[in-house]
Design a protein around this ligand. Structure first.
Ligand SMILES: [Zn+2]
Length: 319
């Protein structure tokens, strides 16, 4: 088994990332293919299987080299039977038997989980989690994803919707509408677009001068850059975001007391400019014992977290 590889797949709405990793979780080869959502996404799995075959052929390696295939998919998952309840972004119908489909197309044993859960497992295994068995991972990207790991296992809940940190309500009254159908979710104010939305609101509700007023297009990067330069309105926007995050993470921390909370995704590139104020609010809202034992850090794996976590699924299940 020494030289075997694990195949990790991070299935996204526009691109699918695929990687071969050794059993220590080190990426040996990685590449991307577009996700073909035409005809209700019926080509997606076949395309992945084909791409893996082509890559093996290019590398002059036989399929026996692969222990199995792990996949993170965008939607709530029933882990045991390997069913994805729904994947609106991919055009799939309800209760798609994803594990069976992958096994049929690739001829390899497959393990599936939700994509945000895979990112959390990736950070646990090879990233900022450094093997911590109790870990919460939050990804601030186009949306806000989350994964909760206790005692080394992802918390799935009764219908696969455990760890939906992005849909914790942080604005109970008059909040923005969320894609999930609710209002006031963390995702509406802490995703890449959410931060910009909060910024526009702050800019409109005051006359305070700010470098942000002169920008042609406003993104989370510009907001954090301005905050770093001491722009007072930008600092207020970051403070508002930190409040929402600190409050959510403290309440989550009070529920599961993880060793580490890892913040990933595009918005987390702000680093300390984000982390320091989040930590302040976290400490304010966390139960004393949680405050002193749960640490918060920025994710380290960036876009590779998903494929590494997906490969971990294989390692964990098939070994
Ligand atoms: Zn929501």
């Amino acid at each position: 088994m020494v030289d075997k590889w694990l195949a990790g797949v991070d299935l996204g709405g526009t691109t699918t990332k695929i990687a071969f990793l050794n059993e220590c979780g080190e990426i040996q080869h990685k590449w991307e293919i577009p996700t073909d959502k035409s005809e209700s996404g019926k080509h997606i799995i076949g395309n992945i299987a084909k791409s893996i075959d082509v890559k093996l052929e290019q590398l002059d390696v036989t399929k026996e080299k692969l222990v199995g295939i792990g996949m993170g998919a965008p939607g709530p998952v029933e882990k045991t039977r390997g069913i994805i309840y729904e994947a609106i972004n991919l055009g799939w119908g309800e209760h798609t038997p994803l594990k069976d489909l992958i096994e049929m197309e690739t001829g390899l044993p497959a393990v599936i989980d939700n994509d945000a859960n895979c990112a959390a497992l990736g950070e646990m295994w090879k990233g900022a989690g450094h093997g911590a068995k109790d870990l919460v991972c939050i990804t601030l990207g186009t949306g806000v994803g989350g994964g909760v790991i206790t005692n080394g296992e992802i918390v799935h809940g009764v219908r696969g919707a455990g760890g939906e940190i992005g849909h914790i309500t942080v604005v109970p009254k008059d909040g923005y509408s969320c894609n999930c159908g609710k209002t006031g979710c963390l995702e509406t104010v802490a995703s890449a677009t959410g931060v910009v939305r909060v910024a526009h609101e702050k800019l409109q509700s005051s006359t305070e001068s700010s470098v942000l007023r002169d920008l042609e297009s406003l993104g989370s990067k510009q907001i954090f850059d301005a905050a770093r330069e001491g722009d007072s309105l930008a600092l207020k926007i970051v403070d508002q975001l930190a409040y929402y995050l600190g409050l959510s993470l403290a309440n989550l921390g009070n529920a599961v007391n993880p060793e580490k909370i890892v913040i990933g995704g595009g918005v987390s590139k702000a680093g300390k400019t984000l982390l320091d104020p989040v930590m302040n609010y976290f400490k304010r809202f966390a139960f004393p014992k949680v405050r002193t034992s749960t640490d918060i850090d920025i994710a380290t794996l960036e876009n590779d977290a998903g494929v590494i976590g997906a490969a971990w699924l294989v390692k964990n299940a098939l070994h």
